[in-house]
Design a protein around this ligand. Structure first.
Ligand code: C2E
Ligand code: CA
Ligand code: CA
Length: 712
C-alpha cells in the first residue's frame, strides 16, 4: 500500500500506481472509449460500466480507488447510482467524481447531496481529471490512514493505565480521560474548568511548573513526579506534558504508588539495616564515599566514630534473636538522641556537621560527621555517646550492660578513603586494652598505627612461643609481717622472646586477653606452676601456698574447675597449697560463671585472693559478698602510704574491713622499710615486694625456703 509520503509527491498526469483502479460509468460508448484511452495512458487501470446496475455489480465484486460517474444516464441516473453506491460502499470513502453538464448548478448541488466527492464538467479535460483523481485518491489514503491512526490512539488511551488531561495554554482543564484511574484524593478537583496548577499542593506546584515551562519551551515531553499523603499512605503520581494540537497540552498522569513503594522496599532491603532501619554497611560505604568526594571539593574534613561491642554473643544466649533486635533498636535510639542533643549544642558554637548513623555489623555502629575544618570536639562527643551506650539497657526481663570501645578516625590523620577511615577505626579499637567497663575512646594517628602493628607482632610471636612452651614462671615470696616468715609466693610469668627480648606481662597479658590467646597461656601457667609445686614437695622443701594469677576470661570458662581439680589430683597436691589471684573487676562483671566457679574452687579447698584491691569498682561494703580468702592491697596505695594520708586511710580501711570479714590482708609492691613498718603499724597481715624479695626463677627461689625466715 502506498504511504502518505509517496502520495504527496506531485505527479500530475500520471497515476500514482498502476494498481489504482478506476470505474468509469457512462452510457455513451464513445465517451467510455476516449476515457479508457486517456486514463490508461496516465497509468490507471480502467473498468467500464454502461449503466448504474452494471456499475453496482462491479462494485460488489471489486475494489476501486476512484469512480468517474456520468450524471445523466437513461434508466437509473448518476445521482441515484451514486446514492446506491454509497450505501453499498458502507462507509468506504472511495472518491466518486460526478460528470455534469457545463454550469449545471443544480446538478452540482445534487451531486454533493447524493454523496459525490467532487464533480467535473463536460467537455472533459483529461489533464485536469487526472490531477483531480490523483489528489482525491491521495487524500483518501491519508484520510484512511488518519482514521486508523486515531483509532489506534484512542485504543491506546483506552488500554493505557494513564489518565489524560487536556489543558489549554494557561493550564485550565479542557477535558479529562480515565480520571478514575487516579487515586481518589488526587483526582478530587480535576474537573473541566479548574486550573491544574491551582489544584496541586505547594510542594508539587513548583516542580510541575518547572516541567510545564520546559515542555512549553522545548515542545518536548517533560515528566514530573508528585508525592502526597492521604490516609497515612504515601502516593506517588508520575506525569508528563505532551504538546497537543492548537496550543493545547496533554497532561498524562499515572498512579505509581505501588511501583514506588516496591522500589522503596527494594531500596530498604538493600541499603537499610533490617533490625533498626538505619543505614547498613552498603549504604555506609556509598555515603562515606560520596562525602569524602564532597569534602575534597570543599576542602573540609570527614570524621567517623565507630562503637564496637565486645561480646554480644553472651546476651544472645539469654535474650535470643528477638531480644537482640530490641537491643539494637535501643542502641540506635541512644546514639540518635545523644548525637542530636550534642550537635544542637554544638551548633551554637560552630557550624553543624552533616551526620549519619550506620550499622556496620551486629556489634559495630558508625557515626559519620562531615563538612567541617576540624573535629576538636570529636573525642568529647565519642566519650559522651560511649557513656550513654554503656549504661545498662533494660529489656523487659533482662538488663544488658554492654562493654563498648570507641575508635575515632578523621581525614586529618587517616587516609581519606572509605577503607582507610574504617580500618583506621579498627586500628583504634584494636589498640584498646583497658579493663572492662572503663571508658575507652581511642583516636587514630600514625603512632597508634605503629603501636598496633607492634601489638600484632607480639600476638604472632606469643602464639608461637606458647605453642613451643618457651615461657617460664618466676616466683615472688610473701612474708608474714609479724615474724617475717615465708608464708607463700606468687607465680609470675616471664617471656623472653628470641626476637624481641624480654617483654613484660603487663604488656603481653592484655594482648593475650584480647586475642583469646589467654586461655592457652593460662593452661600453660597452671601446668607449669602445679608441676613446680609438686617438684618442690618431692624435693622436700617447705610447703607454702603458691598463687597463680587467673584472668577473668579463663575464670569464666566452663572447664576451669575440672581443669584445676584434675591438675591437683594427678599430682596429689593438697588444694590449700594453690591460691588463685583474681581482680575484683570479674566480680563486678558478675554476669558469667566466675562467681559460681570461684565458689566451687573454694569448696574444693583452693584459696582465692582479690588482686589489686582498691583500684576497681567494688565498695568496701561489698567485700563480704566476695568468695575470697585474701585481699591484696594494690601497689598504688602502698607506694604512697608514707606520704599520702588518703592512701594511708584507704589502706587502713581495707585492712579493718578485710579483717571484719575474716580475710587475710596482704600488701603488694612493698619497696622500703618505711612502707613495711607503716603496714605493720596498720595491722596488715603480710607483705610482698622488692624490699622482701623480687620475683626469681624456681632455682633461685629455693634460697627463700632455706632462709625460711628473713633477716629483719
Ligand atoms: P600483679 O598480679 O599485680 O603482679 C605484681 C606485679 O608487681 C608483678 O609484675 C611484680 O613483678 C611486680 N612487683 C612485685 N613487687 C614489686 C615492687 O616492690 N615494686 C614494683 N614496682 N613492682 C613489684 P609483673 O611480673 O610484671 O606482672 C605484671 C602483671 O601481669 C601482674 O600484676 C599480673 O596482673 C600479670 N601477670 C603476671 N603473670 C601472670 C600470669 O601468669 N597469668 C596472668 N593471667 N597474669 C599474669
Ligand atoms: Ca597478682
Ligand atoms: Ca597486683
Amino acid at each position: 500500500m502506498a504511504t502518505p509520503e509517496t502520495l504527496n509527491e506531485h505527479q500530475p498526469a500520471t497515476a500514482l500506481s498502476e494498481h489504482h483502479r478506476l470505474l468509469i460509468v457512462d452510457d455513451d460508448l464513445a465517451v467510455r472509449m476516449v476515457s479508457r484511452l486517456a486514463l490508461s495512458k496516465a497509468g490507471f487501470g480502467v473498468t467500464e460500466a454502461s449503466d448504474g446496475y452494471t456499475a453496482l455489480s462491479w462494485l460488489d465484486s471489486h475494489k476501486f480507488d476512484a469512480i468517474l460517474l456520468d450524471a445523466r444516464m437513461p434508466g437509473m441516473d448518476g445521482f441515484e447510482t451514486c446514492r446506491k453506491m454509497r450505501d453499498q460502499l458502507n462507509g468506504d470513502t472511495v472518491p466518486i467524481i460526478m460528470v455534469t453538464g457545463q454550469d449545471d448548478d443544480e446538478s452540482i448541488d445534487a451531486a454533493f447531496e447524493c454523496g459525490a466527492t467532487d464533480f467535473v464538467a463536460k467537455p472533459l479535460n483529461w489533464r485536469i481529471i487526472c490531477q483531480r483523481l490523483n489528489s482525491l485518491i491521495g487524500a483518501g489514503v491519508v484520510k484512511k490512514h488518519l482514521k486508523s491512526r486515531s483509532h489506534q490512539i484512542s485504543s491506546m488511551l483506552k488500554t493505557s493505565s494513564e489518565t489524560m488531561l487536556l489543558l489549554d495554554g494557561a493550564g485550565v482543564i479542557q477535558g479529562t480521560h480515565q480520571i478514575e484511574r487516579l487515586p481518589i484524593g488526587f483526582r478530587a478537583q480535576m474537573t473541566v474548568g479548574n486550573n491544574f496548577f491551582e489544584i496541586l499542593d505547594e510542594e508539587s506546584v513548583q516542580l510541575v511548573s518547572t516541567a510545564w515551562a520546559t515542555s512549553q519551551r522545548t515542545e518536548e515531553c517533560e515528566s514530573f513526579i508528585v508525592d502526597y499523603r492521604q490516609d497515612e499512605k504515601q502516593h506517588t503520581v508520575q506525569g508528563r506534558f505532551v504538546p497537543g494540537a492548537e496550543g493545547e497540552w496533554l497532561c498524562l498522569l499515572q498512579d505509581q504508588s505501588a511501583l514506588f513503594s516496591c522500589e522503596q522496599q527494594a531500596f530498604e532491603l538493600e541499603f537499610k539495616d533490617a533490625a533498626t532501619g538505619i543505614a547498613n554497611e552498603k549504604q555506609l560505604l556509598s555515603e562515606l564515599g560520596s562525602r569524602l568526594r564532597e569534602c575534597r571539593d570543599t576542602n573540609t574534613h570527614t570524621a567517623i566514630i565507630r562503637f564496637s561491642a565486645t561480646d554480644l554473643r553472651s546476651f544472645e544466649a539469654t535474650i535470643g534473636r528477638g531480644g537482640m533486635v530490641k537491643l539494637a533498636q535501643a542502641i540506635v535510639e541512644r546514639l540518635e538522641i545523644g548525637l542530636e542533643s550534642y550537635l544542637t549544642r554544638l551548633q551554637a558554637e560552630t557550624l553543624r556537621p552533616s551526620h549519619l548513623i550506620a550499622r556496620l555489623c551486629d556489634s559495630d555502629y558508625v557515626v559519620v560527621l562531615s563538612g567541617l575544618d576540624s573535629f576538636e570536639f570529636i573525642e568529647e562527643l565519642a566519650t559522651l555517646l560511649l557513656r550513654r551506650l554503656s549504661t545498662s539497657i533494660d529489656l523487659d526481663e533482662h538488663i544488658c550492660g554492654i562493654d563498648w570501645t570507641a575508635g575515632i578516625a578523621d581525614t586529618l590523620d587517616a587516609p581519606p578513603t572509605t577503607d582507610g577511615l574504617l580500618s583506621a577505626t579498627a586500628y583504634a579499637i584494636y589498640s584498646d586494652c583497658a579493663l572492662p567497663n572503663g571508658y575507652r575512646v581511642h583516636r587514630y594517628n600514625s603512632d597508634l598505627k605503629a603501636r598496633v602493628h607492634h601489638d600484632i607482632e607480639i600476638e604472632r610471636l606469643l602464639r608461637r612461643d606458647i605453642a613451643d612452651g618457651v615461657l617460664e614462671m618466676h616466683y615472688q615470696p610473701k612474708f608474714d609481717l609479724s615474724d617475717l616468715s615465708l608464708i607463700g609466693m606468687e607465680a609470675l610469668i616471664r617471656w623472653n622472646n628470641a626476637e624481641l627480648g624480654f617483654i613484660s606481662p603487663a604488656k603481653f597479658i592484655p594482648i593475650a586477653e584480647k586475642s583469646g590467646l589467654i586461655i592457652s597461656l593460662s593452661h600453660l601457667v597452671v601446668e607449669k606452676v602445679l608441676d613446680q609445686i609438686a617438684a618442690w614437695r618431692d624435693e622436700g622443701y617447705k610447703s607454702v601456698p603458691t598463687s597463680i594469677n587467673i584472668s577473668g576470661i579463663h575464670l569464666n570458662t566452663r572447664t576451669i574447675v575440672e581443669e584445676l581439680r584434675a591438675g591437683i589430683q594427678q599430682r596429689r597436691i593438697p588444694p590449700e597449697l594453690v591460691e588463685l589471684e583474681v581482680t575484683e573487676s570479674i566480680m563486678v562483671d558478675g554476669v558469667g560463671k566466675a562467681f559460681k566457679n570461684l565458689n566451687e574452687l573454694r569448696d574444693m579447698g583452693i584459696r582465692v585472693a582479690i588482686d589489686d584491691f582498691g583500684t576497681g569498682y567494688s565498695s568496701l561494703s561489698y567485700l563480704k559478698d566476695l568468695p575470697a580468702d585474701c585481699l591484696k592491697i594494690d601497689r598504688s596505695f602502698v607506694q604512697s602510704i608514707t606520704s599520702d594520708p588518703t592512701a594511708e586511710a584507704i589502706a587502713r580501711a581495707i585492712i579493718t574491713v578485710g579483717h571484719d570479714v575474716n580475710m587475710h590482708v596482704i600488701a603488694e609492691g612493698v619497696e622500703t622499710a618505711e612502707e613495711l613498718n607503716k603496714l605493720a603499724e596498720l595491722g596488715c597481715d603480710s607483705v610482698q615486694g622488692y624490699f622482701t624479695g623480687r620475683p626469681v626463677s624456681s632455682c633461685e627461689f629455693t634460697s627463700f625456703f632455706e632462709g625460711a625466715r628473713l633477716a629483719g
